[in-house]
Design a protein around this ligand. Structure first.
Ligand code: IMP
Length: 432
């Protein structure tokens, strides 16, 4: 089993970190291949809690090499802040963490570009504001993209920023659309000085991670890929344009790490027992049913607030149409059902089994956001359970209604369920 991927099959925040944690020391390398500091995970190690958004969850294991692959976009201050946070908590990652020299760098003008683009009402996506989209735009546009390796060449970096920054300053003015009075132009030399100071600290971490992973596979090492965000946020197959700017499906592994897909032989799809989404975009099973409604109850019990931005997550019923769609695209071999305990105490539960558009029933998921907006969910109602299930450790410990719920998810998605999670702790887990 050379390569395994843990991937979320909804709109992110599926508790993938817990699955990575459960896989424990079965891996020699843990790799992030997409996204940046827009992801968020809370990990516990040495009895301390760490809030990470850029480093892989695996970083808390000292004998695992954690890799930030070339497909990730990196904000150096955030990288150094997280390394520092770990060091203060007694975790020295200086020998176990590596950063691709091909990963792209996020600069302050990326965040400003995003702030301006998102502050109007037109074309707003509801992003995390971390400069992710503008940095990927520059990567694909080629003229203004800067890779981590370039930070290590001072003269070259100064030259590049001298070309890029004046253009960015003009772009900001255009973006501000007549409200440019408050804008402060960026100064290329000041950015170069700042980033060169980061580069001095980053240098020991920087390497050709693609080659490192290819060599690892040749040496029979085991590699775990942590997908960031969820499959429905994938830039190609997600609910475009309300997506992130990277390939969050396992299809991103080849491009985002340099390791050919044939080495990934196990794909674990992670789903919540319900659905959440942060930011804008269609969400057919959303429960927008007021402060006393089920949506608010799920939010409270499941503590559904964004780790990165603190925004309340939108909550809704489990959507089997969406998960069947992403499980197929991801090539998932199995699924894990997370946060089942959050549904305890509800008299009845619903699951979306089909959609209706203009009175016509559809049994496949339209990933186009404009079609999806018109979809009305067709629900199957399942009775709920009143018992606390957080102490269940085997399927047979679950009340029969909860077992039926798990069975129905398995049937509708068409994949085996390998784990059911009934609480945040490592031991609050049913391994099926
Ligand atoms: P961006 O990735 O910051 O450009 O945001 C694009 C969309 O993806 C927004 O709707 C965000 O809320 C969403 N998003 C980005 N990262 C995550 C994540 O880790 N979990 C959930 N949603 C995310």
């Amino acid at each position: 089993m050379a390569g395994t991927c843990v991937v979320g099959l909804q709109w992110g925040d599926e508790a993938k970190g817990k699955i990575v944690d459960l896989l424990g020391d079965q891996f020699d390398y843990v790799v992030r291949y997409n996204g940046g500091a827009n992801a968020g995970h809370t990990v516990v190690a040495n009895g301390k809690t760490f809030k990470l958004s850029l480093l892989p969850t695996g970083v808390i294991r000292p004998n695992v090499t954690s890799v930030i692959g070339n497909g990730v976009v990196v904000y150096p201050p955030r990288f150094l802040e997280e390394v520092d946070q770990l060091a203060k908590g007694g975790l020295d990652v200086s020998r176990s963490l590596v950063l691709s020299d091909h990963a792209h760098v996020i600069f302050p003008y990326h965040m400003e570009e995003e702030r301006l683009a998102e502050s109007g009402s037109d074309g707003k996506i509801g992003t995390t504001g971390r400069g992710i989209g503008p940095c990927y735009q520059d990567k694909v546009g080629r003229r203004f993209g800067v890779r981590v390796g370039e930070l290590l060449r001072p003269d070259h970096l100064r030259e590049r920023l001298a070309q890029i920054v004046p253009f960015k300053n003009r772009l900001m003015v255009a973006f501000a659309n007549g409200h440019a009075a408050g804008l402060k132009p960026f100064e290329p030399n000041a950015i170069a000085d700042e980033y060169l100071s980061y580069a001095a600290v980053l240098k020991p971490y920087v390497t050709d991670t693609s080659r490192m992973l290819q060599e690892a596979i040749r040496a029979d090492k085991r590699v775990l890929f942590e997908a960031a965000q969820g499959s429905l946020l994938d830039v190609d197959h997600g609910t475009y344009p309300y997506v992130t700017s990277s390939s969050s499906l396992p299809s991103g592994i080849w491009g985002g790490s340099g390791l050919p897909a044939k080495h990934v032989t196990r794909i674990i799809g992670v789903v919540k027992a319900y659905t959440t989404r942060v930011g804008r975009g269609p969400f057919p099973t959303e429960l927008d049913d007021g402060p006393e409604g089920v949506g608010e109850r799920i939010r409270k019990v499941g503590r559904e607030y964004g780790t990165v931005t603190g925004r309340p997550r939108r909550c809704g019923w489990f959507d089997a149409m969406a998960v069947r769609y992403t499980a197929t695209l991801a090539g998932a071999d199995e699924i894990t059902i997370m946060l089942l305990d959050v549904l305890s105490g509800l008299p009845e539960l619903k699951m979306c089994v089909a959609y209706e558009i203009d009175g016509e029933r559809r049994t496949h998921f339209p990933s186009d956001a404009y079609d999806l907006e018109r979809c009305k969910p067709v629900y199957e109602t399942i009775s709920g359970w009143q018992e606390d299930i957080t102490t269940a450790r085997k399927l047979s410990d679950l009340p029969s209604a909860a077992r039926r719920y798990v069975d129905r998810v398995r049937e509708l998605v068409g994949l085996p369920v390998s784990v059911v999670s009934v609480g945040p702790d490592r031991d609050q887990t049913i391994r099926v």
